[in-house]
Design a protein around this ligand. Sequence first.
Ligand code: HEM
Length: 531
Amino acid sequence: MELGGASLEGSSPSSPATAPWGLLYGVAVLPVLCALYWAAERCWLGPRRVAGELKAQGLRGTAYRFPAGDLTENTRRSKEARAKPMPPCHDIVPRVAPLLLDIVRDHGNVCITWFGTTPRVVIAEPELLKDILSQKFGHFEKFTLKSLGKLIALGLASYEGEKWARHRRILNPAFHLEKLKRMLPAFSACCSEMIDRWDSKLAGSDGPQEIDIWQEFQNLTGDVISRTAFGSSFKEGRRIFQLQEEQADRVIKAIQYIYIPGFLYFPTENNRRMKRNSREIEGLLRGIVEKRSRAVENGELSGDDLLGLMLRSNTDSGEPPSLRMSTEDVIEECKLFYFAGMETTSVLLTWTLVVLAMHPEWQDRAREEVLGAFARDKPSFDGLSRLKTVTMILYEVLRLYPPAISLSRRTIKEMQIGGITYPAGVALELPIILIHHSTDVWGKDAQEFKPERFAEGISRATKTDQPAFFPFGWGPRICIGQNFAMLEAKMALCMILRSFEFELSPSYVHAPYASVTLHPQHGAQVILKKL
Ligand code: HEM
């Protein structure tokens, strides 16, 4: 073989004439060997070793298939399930998570699956979830893809350790009940606008009208979060959130087939657009945040919106300035409010109306309670907090249709869970939806809509202090916005129930499916009748 005129064939490593070529050869080959070793360790040897260790301790699960693990099969099964609608009942797991359901049935409540090349253990036992979610030992962290996170939102949900604790301390006061009370007029104004829109639609027609509540509730919760996050700047807020919505669609489009690390740097049209959106979102947010920060520093009123409360709490936190949230941090938290708070709540409201349309007797009971409490007055904070039937209904909907169908964690140190030793780096899937539908936990009627389960509160319904009902998560990382979401859902439900009756439209197809949250695949069309 000739290389630059010098022959390598027959050359001896010690020969002075060939030594530079040997060196060059070594320099070129060594990185290739290292890369090959790294790839083999990461994609084959390492995963198999971890799975071997877990299997040796008695865990069962799927076999590792290089390189996609169970992802290809999961996509295939989900596509197959999505191709057909289901009967109008609440036994939704076979449609929403068909592969997961089969794996747990075949291999037990704690079993091994594969997220690409990463072993992922499903843990569907409330007793074990308690240890993981209580974070008692600090051995777990969230399983997130940081590069994607930056394009969508970082913020509290993605931080760990001291940074998470500091941000949670600063954000907590903004979500206290007495602060939420002051946001009630914003909730009520947004709901009134929606009701007026529905009224005008009905007024312009001879009788009942069909509307798609999925679209309606996305608009409603988008308006609510814009107003409650940014107060008087809510129109700018709405623009920011529209851009974020587009951004989320683009990110999903970019990763729907396969996730390639570094793909964001490829100069594709979608990537360029995402970067432009990102710059625009951050520019707009920076304008709002800096203006408001100056007002807070000058001792002017900070406002009762989430941004104002967060900035005030940041200044009053008692932390030295270097440990307070920076403008960048505040921007990320604002972006997160939208993703964490808007879609989840619209999912809850959508399934609540669908389920109440399927169960008119509960619709009547809820309406009776609402009319008894408020008749025509504006729903007050205390009145909303006292609603019992409405709360039971919302809990039962959250049980059967949890907006987030599972949580993810990762072991960061070796850890014992339920007598099994997990090495660092194992992903854990905590399937809310499986536990919420489990007959072991809820009894034979687990697939039925029975709000009376919650008549005596959550702990009586679950008969345990373990996470058997955890639509908002559990432990220190429980949803910071759960009271906000429940209040918003109650306000919307009250205002709808006292103005309209509703039933499912003949065009409605019952087809829940898991996108980022639990969506109605073909929308949620109901027929509205003015009362
Ligand atoms: C029905 C509505 C909602 C549902 C079902 C829901 C569900 C959840 C769940 C399951 C978690 C825990 C995630 C985990 O442990 O990995 C969570 C966390 C979080 N949620 Fe919500 N959420 C809702 C509404 C909201 C709202 C309205 C906001 C804010 C306006 C919000 C903000 C957050 C934040 C910031 C976190 C991260 C908390 C932390 O890591 O400390 N959520 N949510």
